[in-house]
Design a protein around this ligand. Structure first.
Ligand SMILES: [Zn+2]
Length: 340
């Protein structure tokens, strides 16, 4: 057992060393290195395009904007009459604000793929797709994600050159509600650097404009790790006006997740974890009064932390699928009672 652990630690440290020195220091890193069962940017790009091409009646791909390094921020829309903007509930799934959180790209991507590929055969899914407009953006921070593959596995921020020798803005501290508040840093070196102003980054600007355009009924932003279902507020300990609704819904999502593989995700107000200002969910709720959750995916603790083994991609997807479907169903009910 100990021997196995030692060998494993050796392999992990060797791998980290290789990853931190792309190409062994002899040349330019490959543009899209393979990361095993995890999807890199090129694979998500190709995968979304293939899904839309194979299912043009219910899936359409578009870009919501570009990253700093000019990568398209791909979105796939899943709905019947997909080329029309119908009066239906809209739900948005966002992935990978934080570069090192690879599972947070795979889960929304695999949810989109599953919904599209099972539309014809699963009546529960076809009902949701017929009555809602679901948008999935698996990778909000593709530049950082790429950098976490080629240079630094534990990179978190985007790749903004801050002009002072430091790089990166924490995209999940850059949104414009209580921007600059507690739980964000004004120090450009910090991993939670909020940027020079609210929405200073093209990635958060793109999400802002896209979310305002689509006016969703509900949204999930995927992160890892800790196995938590977080609802507003993050920037204050004060209770949100809709605390009962948010906590009930969070508990329902927890139950949907738990029944699949018996993994426990804890529902709580985001600030109960730690104060964080300028995140997606506070902006969504504070400015647009829209219900949103940050789901912190597997694992539960710091070992293995961000480096979730690829054998856990599939179960993490499987347990999060029914929770996402439940939220879409909830949004459909809510939309039908709030629109005349
Ligand atoms: Zn995160």
């Amino acid at each position: 057992m100990m021997r196995t652990i030692l060998i494993r630690l050796f392999l992990i440290s060797t791998l980290s060393l290789l990853l931190s020195c792309p190409g062994g220091g002899t040349g330019t890193p490959p543009s899209d290195p393979n990361i095993g069962l995890y999807h890199n940017y090129a694979e998500i790009d190709a995968g979304l395009h293939a899904l839309a091409a194979a299912h043009p009646d219910i899936a359409q791909i578009s870009t919501i904007g570009k990253s700093l390094e000019n990568r398209d921020l791909w979105a796939i829309k899943i709905s019947d009459n997909v080329d029309q903007d119908e009066d239906e509930a809209t739900v948005i799934l966002l992935g990978t604000h934080h570069a090192r959180e690879w599972i947070a790209a795979d889960v929304p991507y695999l949810i989109a793929k599953h919904m599209i590929e099972n539309y014809a055969t699963d009546p529960a899914i076809s009902t949701l797709i017929d009555n809602a407009e679901v948008w999935v953006v698996p990778m909000v921070n593709p530049d950082g994600h790429q950098y976490s593959i080629t240079n630094n596995r534990l990179w978190r921020k985007n790749r903004r050159n801050n002009g002072d020798g430091t790089f990166g803005v924490d995209l999940n501290r850059n949104y414009g509600y209580n921007w600059g508040g507690p739980g964000s840093s004004g120090d450009s070196f910090s991993d939670t650097y909020r940027g020079p102003s609210a929405f200073s980054e093209p990635e958060t600007q793109a999400v802002r404009d896209f979310v305002q355009r689509e006016a969703p009924t509900a949204l999930i932003s995927y992160h890892n790790f800790s196995q938590l279902i977080l609802y507003p507020w993050g920037s204050t300990y004060a209770a949100p006006p809709d605390e009962a609704l948010l906590s009930d819904l969070a508990r329902a999502l927890r139950d949907k997740i738990q029944v699949v593989h018996n993994a426990t995700y804890v529902p709580q107000q985001a600030s109960d974890l730690y104060l964080a200002s300028g995140d997606t969910i506070d902006w969504l709720y504070g400015v647009l009064s829209t219900v949103g959750f940050t789901i912190e995916l597997r694992p539960r603790s710091s070992f293995p932390g961000f480096e979730l083994p690829e054998s856990e991609i599939q179960p993490t997807f499987e347990e999060n699928l029914p929770a996402a479907l439940h939220l879409i169903d909830w949004a459909i009910q809510r939309h039908s009672t709030t629109s005349s």
